[in-house]
Design a protein around this ligand. Structure first.
Ligand code: NAP
Length: 480
């Protein structure tokens, strides 16, 4: 099965931070793949902008090198050359005055105009203001802003207000790249395009939900930034929160931006405060030279590289069904998954002790995006009725055929910006509500002076995180 490609309208896309890590690793390779797939029509322009002095030719070389590094063997030389022909560069300091006239000259009347702020959030306000003041942004232009969107409610509100001074909400695309993942969108398809699951999707049938995002890498070179953030701000407030919303939300009446985002917002507002006893924070402590504290500047840092929380959604659908969230670095495996753990059948006709295991629906985000439903069957053989749980496994790559390439989240999201579809982007009030829930949790452990527990790299996190479920008579799924 070959995926359908619907070309977008011609566009001028400016990438501020065009020489940065994100641009090299994700944005340019993603745009190249869309170009090769025929989704980028004739007449598009992609302009990199940053302080470094370079001309168009030097920047094309820079982008070519990024493609060679991050796409490698699957590059097609003719296609690369054609793609580089639509790449331009404009030296600009977001805080300066020069370069803006040159950028304006590169923009044409007609194409969709989008500006990707792939720079530090401290520069978002300067960029918004200058784009506006120099008459580069039109009322139809779009801006794309990267995470982190604030570091608490006050800073998120300030950032929203800064952007709102020059752009209206319909022009602002706040990226959470988890929402661009194919499986995350599939989560909505599974829930709302099948009759099978939705009747069971509530506290009457779901025992609990586990959301896991585990990484094997440590903070590495990002120690400076990460230590001011931690797992709660870096992962839970945005990515895990978005996954929770998509599982817990009510069916929107249409798959349209505000209908979906209204329902997500209701979930965030229904989250109970989290008690101290329902939070476990950890920090990896390996042999000398391999601990978290070796990778950050503050030798006494109390920032968590791991967090697990038990979260309650206070509404009719979910009353009594906890959502357990966990995420961490330097863990045993690299995996992102959502597991819906169903309840026992009300009565077993097979008697006790026949090996009953709960039905589980696992939605795998990475690696190998797909779904897996564990169901009970009869164990083969003549020895009476013995039960066994087996997986109904579906790897999207296998099920859809070898020629279907699952697009990277950034590819999908950038094309959505050009199409003007905000469904998979966070609205300002959503981000603020997420911070309003997150802030008291962080303030709580600061006020108590809680320090994270140590855990060994390559494990599944601190012991206390196991206890968080054990004391409820549950257990985490294995991190493979
Ligand atoms: P980076 O590698 O440090 O790149 C920063 C970019 O901004 C460079 O192109 C830099 O080029 C440019 N820049 C810095 N100061 C500037 C100024 N005053 N005016 C104009 N351009 C300026 O950062 P990054 O990793 O690409 O991250 C960019 C944004 O994406 C950040 O907000 C980050 O939090 C977010 N993000 C990154 C990732 C990732 O995987 N990297 C993932 C999620 C979110 P010059 O020095 O030449 O000006």
């Amino acid at each position: 099965m070959v995926s359908r490609v619907i070309p977008v309208d011609p566009f001028d896309l400016v990438i501020f931070g065009g020489t940065g890590d994100l641009a090299r690793r994700k944005i340019f390779p993603g745009l190249y793949r869309r170009f090769v797939d025929g989704q980028v029509p004739d007449g598009c322009r992609i302009v990199g902008a940053a302080r470094s002095e370079m001309d168009h030719a030097a920047f094309r070389e820079f982008v070519g090198a990024a493609l060679a590094e991050f796409i490698g063997d699957s590059q097609v030389p003719d296609q690369v050359a054609a793609f580089l022909d639509i790449i331009f560069y404009c030296p600009i300091d977001a805080k300066g005055t020069s370069g803006w006239a040159d950028l304006k000259a590169l923009m044409r009347d007609g194409p969709v105009r989008a500006f990707y702020f792939s720079v530090a959030p401290a520069l978002f306000g300067d960029l918004a203001e200058r784009l506006h003041d120099h008459g580069i942004a039109t009322p139809e232009s779009r801006i794309v802003v990267e995470k982190p969107f604030g570091k608490n409610l006050a800073t998120a509100k300030a950032l929203n207000a800064t952007l709102a001074a020059h752009f209206n909400e319909a022009q602002i695309y706040r990226i959470d790249h988890y929402l661009g993942k194919e499986t995350v969108q599939n989560l909505m398809a599974v829930r709302f395009a099948n009759i099978l699951f939705e009747p069971l999707w509530n506290s009457q049938f779901v025992d609990h939900v586990q959301i896991t995002v585990s990484e094997t890498v440590g903070v590495g070179g990002r120690g400076g930034y990460y230590d001011t953030s931690g797992a709660m701000r870096d992962m839970v407030q945005n990515h895990l929160m978005q996954l929770l919303c998509l599982i817990a939300m009510e069916p929107p009446n249409k798959f349209e931006p505000d209908a979906v985002r209204d329902e997500k917002l209701k979930v965030i507002r229904a989250l109970d405060p989290v008690a101290a006893s329902e939070i476990v924070r950890g920090q990896y402590r390996g042999p000398k030279g391999h601990t978290y504290l070796d990778e950050v500047e503050n030798p006494e840092s109390g920032t968590e590289s791991y967090i697990a929380l038990k979260v309650h959604v206070s509404n009719w659908r979910w009353k009594g069904t906890p959502f357990y969230l966990r995420t961490g670095k330097k863990l045993r495996g690299r995996a992102s998954e959502i597991a819906i753990m169903f309840k026992e059948p009300p009565h077993s006709i097979f008697g006790e002790g026949e090996g009953w295991k709960q039905n589980v629906l696992v939605i795998r985000l990475q690696p190998d995006e797909g779904m897996n439903l564990r169901v009970m069957i009869k164990e083969p053989g003549p020895g009476g009725m013995r039960l066994k749980d087996v997986p109904l496994d579906m790897s999207f790559a296998e099920a859809l055929g070898a020629d279907v390439i699952i697009p990277d989240a950034y590819e999908r999201l950038i094309m959505d910006v050009i199409r003007g579809n905000q469904t998979l982007f966070m609205r300002g009030d959503e981000v603020e509500a997420a911070w309003a829930w997150t802030d008291p949790i962080i303030q709580g452990w600061r006020a108590r002076g809680d320090m994270p527990a140590g855990y060994d790299p390559g494990t599944s996190g601190p012991e206390d995180a196991l206890m968080l479920l054990h004391r409820d008579g549950r257990r985490w799924r294995e991190i493979a």
